[in-house]
Structure formats: structure tokens, C-alpha cells
Design a protein around this ligand. Structure first.
Ligand code: MSP
Length: 654
């Protein structure tokens, strides 16, 4: 595989507050692309960081009675912690308060001043502090900032200006000659019409606050925070400090930003780079926003969704999957707890988790848990091989086009393809027929190999789950595996698998969503005047925990309806019956201690309830792969739990 290089950046986040799932989306999205390129053998530089200067931060720190640096240090630590929990594989985390960055920003400012691209003049105009942006009067909407709708402030000061007006024509020509430069296309058109209205020179210094990088030759001024922030993309890769490193990585392959800050990245940033004589980034992608049913997430509305809470509840990979799968290229997407739970259940528990779990269960039962030697492939096997190859190629195309959600949709074609292949080939029927053993081995080999490919492809998206699958499939050297290992046939016959608990336990929407409603009700309780709400709720939880399990704990138990097909006594054990049960997609053997209560033939045809994800055990030398539910009275009387309704085997009981 030819080695390319790939430099990808997230925006650097304002440490004015904790991050929400919108921010997590941008970062997880970049992480998936970075990981994909690493998988392909490319050299990757993945940059993220924090944008720590500006009036907004200065005011937020003052409101807490803190020095700005002390204030941002604490918040930036929470960013880094969140990225760790979400498995973000950045190569560098840049903070704009670092000396390495200050040096670069001051050198850039000085160079542009010396070459006449920055000049001194008087500024009067409207300024939006939350967006750190100046606006012309005619761009305001009802007197407010057109981006965030908040009030703007009139500022008058002696300032430095960047001659942005000089670059409008060159910029238009560049956009026209490089149709990929701004993505998606609809946003490119918006940017083009913005530039066509004529670019004003940009005020690039402020004197009304101190929290910023001083203009090197006029320290009463601090450099405009967007000039400071955008330059991070150069600092981190050695601009003006390590020429070789800089040449390796610049121009960036893609700057990923939210649609709200596309203008800064496709107008101010390219004009600055042109003035510096540097090539422009290859692509700037403005993604859509994650919105709630109640509209935009905002601190003032109090509806911000904290990714840490979701990770605690559902795990990092489930959140990564939801974000990557739910947001279509360039579009806004809705976040709701319901949508999240539905994705987890449908795609992760039912499709992915089930494909692995049922396959390894069958492998244990039919092949002692060892990957068998396949025979010659039948057409259905070749179709599975073709599907895998097709999915790999298709995913790569999607990811070149930055369409991560489509890439995941393709991958799930393969995941579902494995489940369908199992349904079509019916290994449980083959296992009953001694003359079909070679065919059984070929089928089981194909299942394992397709799952190996799925696991490896997941490395870019759900790295933790991918590595768990890899381990369960009995494979090693996960860290080293890449695109070249996706060739069909990588799993060696003889590999001993090691089934574990299902990757993603199924969640009960009725319970998980009801819990949310209860929490909301709690919030509405009037807190006692002398006690903070959080403390009160914590107390309640403590008393509730004794003897009580959480829904997550309950959800780990997989109860399923099974039909008893055969039943017989276990020789030498007068309490045990050996049952063969049909679980819909598979057959199981269960050893049940009910021989003193039921004649074997009385059980045949009964729809019983089994614990389907219980670790298999041997009883009197017989494998038992599950447990029957039964009611036991004080007098020792026993009744097996049965379902009267004609519900198909395999149905979940909850
Ligand atoms: N500091 C600037 C970026 C400077 S880059 C040189 C900034 N920071 S931010 O913290 O306010 O926002 C960072 C990113 O988060 C932006 O790309 C923004 O679009 C994104 N998001 C903020 N809310 C979002 C959603 N609800 N959904 C998706 N992305 C969101 O802007």
C-alpha cells in the first residue's frame, strides 16, 4: 500500500465552558478520518487544541474571580480528559497560550506589517464578543450579530487592519479552480456570494482588553483572536521552527469546522495564507450541527448534552457510533436520547453484537471454538467474499469524500450480510448431518473471516469494540494491523476463539427512556432552601442502591423465548434433564435440574424462557448453554415459566 500523508485538524475549542456533544461530534469525526488514514498506511498528523485568548474568556475568568490562565488551565484539562475517554487519537494538542504559538503569531503579524499587508488606522464598528467578530451595520439582524443573534457592542479604537480587500479576486479564482476547496457545495456557494459582495479590510488588533498575544511592536494592542486562533494550524507543524516538519505536513489535507465558522476558514484564513505566500489547505469542510428537538443546544437554554454523562451510561463506542452514523454529510442532525437508544439496539446490539455472539456460540458448539479448515467455497460463500471486498472499496471512496456516515452504512451492509449468510446457510442444520461436516466447516470459516474483516474495519470508528472482537476471534497483534490485512483469508484455520459477553447489551427503551423522564421530574422538585439540589439527589441515590440493581445491570441478562425440541434424562443424575431447545437462529442444549418435577415428554413443544447469555457450564459431563426460568415454591414445588402466546422462538423476554 503506497504511503501517503494526511494532515487533519479540528477547530480549537474555546475553554469558556465544558464541551457538549456538538463539539464531541467534530472531534470524533476527525478521529475516524485520521484512524482510517492510519489504517491505510498513511502518515497522519491529527491536530486539535484550545483557543484560549479573547475578551469572552477574560470576562468568564473574571466572573469566577480567577486569572485567565488559571481559569483556562482547569477547563482545558476537562477537554483532554474527554478526548481520552472518547478514544481521540490526536497527535498534538495545541494551546494558544503556549510560547511556541505566541512566537509564530507575533512573527506572522510582524511580517504582514512589514510588507504592508497590515496597517494602522482608526476603527469604529460593531463587535460581537461571543463570536469575537466585527460586523458592518448592514449585516446586523435586528441590531444583533447575524451569526449568534446576540447583541453587538459599538467599539471605537486605534487599530491595525489586514488588507483583506486585496485578496478577494484571487480567492474567488482559487475557489473556482479548486471545486473541492470548500465543502459541501451549498456552503461553497454561500461563501462565494459573500466574497462577491466585496471584502472589507479586517480589524486585527484590540486595545479594550489584555488577554491575548500582544502586537510585538505595539504592546498596547493584542492581536485579534481569530488571527491568533487560525495560525494554530501552522504552529503545530513547525512553521518558523522546523522547516522539514512544516514541509511534510503543509498544506493541510482538510480543516474540519462547523458551518458557523466556515467563513473564518474560507475567507480570512486563505487571505492570510496568500499574504504569507503559503499554499492554501486542500479542503475546508463545514459540517452541519447537532440539534435537539428543542432547537440549538445552548448554556442559556440549559439543554446542553454532556458527552461524559452519555459515556458513563452507554460507553464511548456507542456514542462514537451514534455521532458518526447519524450526521449526514453537510447536514444538521437531531440528537435525542430515543434516537441514540434506537441506534444502539438496532445497529450495535442486534446487528453487530449478535453477529459476533451467535457466531462464536455456534463455533463453540460445532467446532470446539476453533476456526475450522474450509473446503471449496460454494456460490453463497463467494458472494460473502465479494460483499466484503465491495464494502472495503466502497468505504474508502466514501471516506475520501469525507462521508463518514455513508462509510459506516456500507460497513453495516457487511455486518448484516454476515447475519444473513448465517440464516441462509443454517450451520445448526449442517451440524446435525455428519456427512455435511466439510460444508459446516466452510460456512463457519466464512463467518469467522467476515467478522475478522468487520473488526479490522471498525478500527477507525469503534476502536475499542473492534479490538474486543479481534480478541474474541482469537487474533493478536491488533495494533499493527492495517489495510493490507483486509485481504480475504487472514484468519488461520486452527485459531482458538474466546467468546465473551455480548459487545453491546440490548437496552430496553421503555426503561432507559422512562428513566430520563423520571430524572426530568426530579429536576422540577423545589430544592430545600438550605441544600443544593445535587447534594439532595445524591443522598437519595445512596439509599436507593441497597439491594437494587440498575437498568444497565438488568439489561445484561438476555432472556429469550425458546421452544423445547427434545428432552431426555441424563444418565446417572436423577435430578437432571437434557433439553435441546430452538432459539430461533440457533439450537442449544440446556441441562435443567427439573427431572423430579417433569417427565421429559411433558416438556416437548413448550415455549420456555431461557437466560441466553449465561456462560456455558458442564453438568455431569454435559454442556449446558443457558438456564431455564422456573418458579420455586417454599414447599419445593417447581413450575417452569412458559409463554402461552404463539410467539416465535428467539423473541426477547423483558
Ligand atoms: N474557537 C473557535 C474555533 C477556532 S478554530 C481556529 C470556536 N470554538 S467553539 O468552541 O465555539 O466551537 C468549536 C466548534 O464546535 C465549531 O466548529 C462549532 O461549529 C462546533 N459546534 C458547536 N456547537 C455544535 C453543535 N451543536 N453541533 C456540531 N458542532 C458544533 O468556534
Amino acid at each position: 500500500m503506497a504511503e501517503g500523508r494526511f494532515y487533519i485538524t479540528t477547530p480549537i475549542y474555546y475553554p469558556s465552558d465544558v464541551l457538549h456533544i456538538g463539539h464531541a461530534y467534530t472531534t470524533v469525526y476527525c478521529d475516524a478520518l485520521a484512524r482510517w488514514h492510519r489504517l491505510k498506511g498513511d502518515k497522519v498528523f491529527f491536530l486539535t487544541g484550545s483557543d484560549e485568548h479573547g475578551q469572552k474568556i477574560e470576562r468568564a475568568a473574571a466572573a469566577q474571580g480567577k486569572e485567565p490562565k488559571e481559569y483556562v488551565d482547569a477547563i482545558v484539562a476537562t477537554f483532554q480528559e474527554l478526548w481520552k475517554r472518547l478514544g481521540i487519537s490526536y497527535d498534538d494538542f495545541i494551546r494558544t497560550t503556549e510560547p511556541r504559538h505566541k512566537r509564530v503569531v507575533q512573527a506572522i503579524f510582524r511580517q504582514l506589517y512589514e510588507q504592508g499587508d497590515i496597517y494602522s488606522s482608526k476603527y469604529e464598528g460593531w463587535y460581537c464578543t461571543p463570536c469575537e467578530a466585527f460586523w458592518l451595520e448592514n449585516r446586523l439582524e435586528d441590531g444583533n450579530c447575524p451569526d449568534c443573534n446576540r447583541p453587538v457592542e459599538w467599539v471605537t479604537e486605534e487599530s491595525y487592519f489586514f488588507r483583506m480587500s486585496k485578496y478577494g479576486e484571487r480567492l474567488l479564482a482559487h475557489i473556482e479552480a479548486n471545486p473541492d476547496f470548500i465543502q459541501p457545495e451549498t456552503r461553497r456557494n454561500e461563501m462565494v456570494s459573500f466574497i462577491r459582495q466585496g471584502l472589507e479590510d479586517l480589524c486585527v488588533s484590540r486595545t479594550s482588553f489584555d488577554w491575548g498575544i500582544p502586537v510585538p511592536f505595539d504592546p498596547d494592542h493584542v492581536i485579534y483572536v481569530w488571527i491568533d486562533a487560525l495560525s494554530n494550524y501552522l504552529t503545530a507543524i513547525g512553521y518558523l521552527s522546523d522547516e522539514d516538519q512544516f514541509k511534510t505536513w503543509w498544506p493541510a489535507d482538510v480543516h474540519v469546522v462547523g458551518k458557523d465558522i466556515l467563513r473564518f476558514h474560507t475567507i480570512i484564513w486563505p487571505a492570510l495564507l496568500m499574504a504569507l505566500g503559503l499554499p492554501l489547505p486542500k479542503r475546508v469542510y463545514g459540517h452541519g450541527w447537532l440539534v435537539l428537538d428543542s432547537g440549538k443546544m445552548s448554556k442559556s437554554k440549559g439543554n446542553v448534552v454532556n458527552p461524559n454523562d452519555l459515556i458513563d451510561e452507554f460507553g464511548a463506542d456507542a456514542i462514537r457510533y451514534f455521532l458518526l452514523r447519524e450526521v449526514s454529510f453537510g447536514q444538521d442532525a437531531k440528537y435525542s436520547r430515543r434516537a441514540l437508544v434506537e441506534r444502539i439496539n438496532a445497529d450495535l446490539a442486534n446487528d453487530l453484537g449478535n453477529a459476533l455472539y451467535r457466531s462464536l456460540s455456534m463455533l463453540e458448539r460445532f467446532c470446539d471454538g476453533v476456526v475450522p479448515q474450509p473446503g471449496a467455497p460454494a456460490p453463497v460463500d463467494l458472494r460473502l467474499q465479494e460483499l466484503a471486498a465491495d464494502v472495503i472499496g466502497g468505504m474508502d471512496e466514501c471516506l475520501q469524500a469525507l462521508e463518514v456516515n455513508s462509510a459506516l452504512a456500507r460497513l453495516w451492509r457487511l455486518v448484516r450480510g454476515v447475519n444473513k449468510y448465517i440464516d441462509d446457510t443454517e450451520p445448526w442444520s449442517l451440524a446435525k448431518d455428519p456427512s455435511a461436516q466439510e460444508r459446516l466447516h466452510t460456512v463457519m470459516y466464512h463467518v469467522c473471516e467476515a467478522l475478522r474483516i468487520v473488526a479490522l474495519l471498525l478500527k477507525a470508528f469503534l476502536p475499542e469494540s473492534g479490538s474486543k472482537m479481534w480478541r474474541q476471534l482469537g487474533l493478536t497483534a491488533w495494533e499493527e494491523k492495517g489495510f493490507d490485512d483486509l485481504t480475504w483469508g487472514g484468519i488461520a484455520p486452527g485459531t482458538r476463539t474466546a467468546k465473551e459477553d455480548p459487545l453491546f447489551p440490548r437496552l430496553d427503551p421503555a426503561v432507559v427512556l422512562a428513566e430520563e423522564e423520571i430524572e426530568e421530574d426530579d429536576e422540577e422538585e423545589t430544592p430545600q432552601a438550605d441544600r443544593p439540589v445535587a447534594e439532595e439527589r445524591k443522598d437519595t441515590k445512596v439509599s436507593e442502591t441497597e439491594g437494587i440493581i440498575t437498568i444497565d445491570e438488568f439489561a445484561k441478562v438476555q432472556l429469550r423465548l425458546a421452544v423445547v425440541e427434545t428432552a431426555e434424562r441424563v444418565a446417572g443424575a436423577d435430578r437432571l434433564l437434557k433439553l435441546q431447545v430452538d432459539l430461533g437462529d440457533e439450537k442449544r442444549q440446556i441441562i435443567a435440574g427439573i427431572a423430579q418435577h417433569y417427565a421429559p415428554e411433558a416438556l416437548i413443544g413448550k415455549r420456555v424462557v431461557v437466560v441466553a447469555n449465561l456462560k456455558p457450564a458442564k453438568l455431569r459431563g454435559e454442556l449446558s448453554e443457558g438456564m431455564l426460568l422456573a418458579a420455586v415454591g417454599n414447599d419445593g414445588k417447581l413450575g417452569v415459566v412458559t409463554v402461552e402466546e404463539e410467539i416465535a422462538p428467539g423473541a426477547l423476554v423483558r
